[in-house]
Design a protein around this ligand. Structure first.
Ligand SMILES: CC(C)(COP(=O)(O)OP(=O)(O)OC[C@H]1O[C@@H](n2cnc3c(N)ncnc32)[C@H](O)[C@@H]1OP(=O)(O)O)[C@@H](O)C(=O)NCCC(=O)NCCS
Length: 154
């Protein structure tokens, strides 16, 4: 998972983490997350983790969502499957809303979130001018996951 995260961070476009990623440190973050209340799901091809999604519940019944898919495996449905798994998990946990921030230039992610039932809520704090991986206008998106409230496209 940490190696996948590092590979996607090195692209400097989709996620707001500046490379190089410290693999040991990132592994510890994932391990701590899995020991706590967060929900983590992975997409696997053979013996390789090619995608992951993580929902971190807040004290207010929200869940913060973060995800990525390896460049070589995009456009094949892994992202959609991961979002579906995260929404189902969030519902099972009684969370009523999932939220995330996405770069305005990240059209693939925006299309995925939109088709999964997310709607734009507004602009996120401006990070333009930060380190390369952090630069760009971002927007906040969310979907409701209360029983019956979610409209997820088939
Ligand atoms: C965003 C991301 C997770 C999508 O994962 P994926 O496995 O490619 O997603 P899917 O194959 O399930 O595609 C889901 C939808 O995204 C849209 N999509 C996928 N690739 C696209 C592209 N290149 N351009 C525009 N839309 C695209 C389509 O609407 C697609 O739905 P469809 O297949 O029904 O038409 C992946 O591109 C990624 O990891 N990017 C880098 C990291 C990142 O940006 N993470 C999100 C940070 S907010």
């Amino acid at each position: 998972m940490a190696e996948l995260f590092a590979a996607v961070a090195a692209e400097r476009t989709g996620i707001a983490s500046e490379p190089p990623v410290d693999i040991d440190e990132r592994t510890a973050i994932f391990v701590a997350g899995m020991a706590g209340a967060a929900g983590t799901f992975v997409a696997v091809a053979g013996d390789q983790i090619v995608g992951l999604i993580r929902v971190k519940p807040s004290h207010h019944g929200f869940g913060d969502l973060a995800m990525l898919v390896h460049r070589d495996w995009r456009g094949r449905g892994a992202g959609s499957a991961l979002v579906g798994a995260a929404i189902d998990w969030a519902r099972g946990q009684g969370l009523h809303k999932l939220s995330l921030e996405v770069f305005a230039h990240n059209q693939a992610a925006i299309a995925l979130y939109r088709k999964s039932g997310f709607a734009e809520e507004g602009a996120a704090p401006d990070s333009t001018g930060g380190p390369a991986a952090n630069s760009g206008t971002r927007s906040s998106w969310a979907c409701r996951c209360d029983a019956g409230a979610l409209t997820r496209a088939p």
